[in-house]
Design a protein around this ligand. Sequence first.
Ligand code: FES
Length: 95
Amino acid sequence: MTEKHSPPKSRWFSPWLGKQTAQVAENEVIQMQVVTTEIAAEEGVTVCYCFNVDEESIKSAIKKHKLCSVEAVGLCLEAGTHCGSCHSRIQALLD
Ligand code: FES
């Protein structure tokens, strides 16, 4: 689950920077979002934030160890064994 933020509109910058400068700033914000998204894709999507476990690690463990429950994933990787807010994301990878 990735939350996307919209870049600020030019009119937000305009009063302080002028219209052309605001457009340049907006384009730079969009480019930063693209780079951030690419880095996130390379590093993998984090599923369990408490233990910094990404989607690929969980998928790999499910396949390798034939895991079939959130609890089994937790025993294997610790994912899901603290706050529990990632249980639905882990379950989605199991389904
Ligand atoms: S986010 Fe996975 S246990 Fe907290």
